[in-house]
Design a protein around this ligand. Structure first.
Ligand code: NDP
Length: 279
């Protein structure tokens, strides 16, 4: 039986620790503030933005909501970001992605000041991570590291295999595991013998975006399996990139979906906001 890594419990611990930090900052007269910009009203984005606001409320972070129309031009959006960059009472700025097609996402990410880049997507943040400097780290992979550390799973010296090389998950995940002294292999759609590579892993992080693709035949007995994927299956049930029923009996530790990596992303966003507020 695998150790179940409970993201709900761990994210709650992190949020409670942050709540105390925010209260201490308030006592010093400092109010942490996150500005969240949503362009248009994509239903999934509305849910994500709503959850972020709720987490801010719980922790005691002030949240400023900019819900602006779909037709907003790139120039107008850049104008809002510029104003927020210059506002000393705002510590974090987050533009909910994706933005409408007429807006260039890269220009938006690049416009946010790296000191307020709580999503960790700015090239300066990504660069800082890769050369070991201080900077904000993308929230989902940062959450995975917390799950491992707080579950007592050693990373140093371990064979770590990451499946996926996206800018928001796979690449920063690999850099973070390397920073923790793991021996890291990155797999992607052109990887040959994926199964054989995965079977080397003491820690296997799966971020492919393919429902239940990774079954027990990819996993070494006793390995820690972290499932970043999130999907709805044909029965409208949430599932991950890992076939949990097949992998759980042989894994040493595993994250469920839901209740594994998912809740960590917002907790780490809140952590980045508090850090921004302390700077
Ligand atoms: P992307 O689609 O951006 O990246 C998927 C990666 O998987 C790519 O690097 C791709 O390779 C690789 N890949 C695809 N098919 C295969 C295959 N057959 N064999 C090996 N590698 C393959 O996804 P994201 O990184 O954005 O997200 C991954 C998953 O995590 C999704 O399910 C997403 O919903 C979920 N997610 C969950 C979050 C959370 O908070 N829990 C946050 C963010 C994402 P290549 O580069 O060669 O195309």
């Amino acid at each position: 039986m695998a150790q179940i890594i409970d993201g709900k419990v761990i994210s709650q611990q992190i949020k409670d620790e942050l709540k105390e930090k925010v209260a201490a900052l308030k006592n010093e007269g400092k109010e942490v503030c996150l500005a969240v910009i949503q362009v248009g009203n994509d239903p999934a984005s509305t849910v994500y933005v709503g959850n972020k606001k709720k987490a801010c409320e719980y922790i005691g972070i002030k949240s400023l909501a900019y819900e602006i129309p779909e037709e907003t031009t790139e120039e107008e959006l850049l104008g809002i970001i510029d104003k927020l960059n210059k506002d000393d009472t705002v510590h974090g700025i987050l533009v909910q992605l994706p933005v409408p097609k007429h807006i260039n996402e890269e220009n938006i990410i690049n416009a946010i000041s790296p000191t307020k880049d709580v999503d960790g997507f700015h090239p300066a943040s990504v660069g800082a991570l890769s050369i070991g400097q201080k900077g904000f780290v993308s929230c989902t992979p940062a959450g995975v590291i917390q799950l491992l550390k707080r579950s007592g799973i050693e990373i140093s010296g371990k064979e770590c295999v990451v499946i996926g090389r996206s800018n928001i998950v796979g690449k920063p995940m690999s850099m973070l595991l390397l920073r923790e002294n793991g021996t890291v292999t990155i797999c992607h759609s052109r990887t040959k013998d994926l199964k054989e590579v995965c079977k080397r892993a003491d820690i296997l992080v799966v971020a492919i975006g393919k429902p239940r693709m990774i079954d027990a035949s990819y996993v070494k007995e006793g390995a820690t399996v972290i499932d970043v994927g999130i999907h709805r299956d044909e029965n409208n049930k949430l599932c991950g990139d890992v076939d949990y029923a097949s992998v759980e009996p042989i894994a040493g530790a595993i994250t469920p979906v839901p209740g594994g990596v998912g809740p960590m992303t917002i907790a780490m966003l809140m952590n980045n906001c508090v850090e921004a507020g302390m700077n």
